[in-house]
Design a protein. Structure first.
Length: 106
């Protein structure tokens, strides 16, 4: 069993590259990931957290936080929860940003 250090991830922790093999991702989806990353970064900086300090609070490697903030990865709900924990916010507040609209037609 792995520990809970930032370099050892629990079984539920996954981040995905923007495009999985065999999966097409739209430009709109890419933009949403970029906007989410910018929002996450603004929340992290508002709390005066470095990547490393945030990583220690949420068991996510600081390099992965950088990738999330740059919109290079698609995260799971459990990762969203971990990020919210580090920021001491409700998970839904991480999804409250311009550009995230559930009614976008596909």
């Amino acid at each position: 069993m792995l520990g809970n250090s930032p370099t050892h991830f629990p079984d539920y922790y996954f981040i995905f590259p923007v495009q999985l093999p065999g999966q097409m991702i739209s430009d709109i989806d890419k933009e949403v990931l970029i906007l989410f990353g910018k929002h996450l970064k603004s929340l992290r900086l508002a709390k005066k957290l470095t990547y490393r300090k945030m990583a220690l609070r949420c068991n996510i490697d600081y390099g992965d936080i950088q990738k999330i903030e740059s919109g290079k990865v698609n995260i799971t709900i459990l990762t969203l929860r971990e990020l919210a924990k580090a920021l001491e916010l409700a998970p839904n507040s991480l999804l409250d940003f311009d550009g995230f609209n559930l009614s976008d037609s596909r």
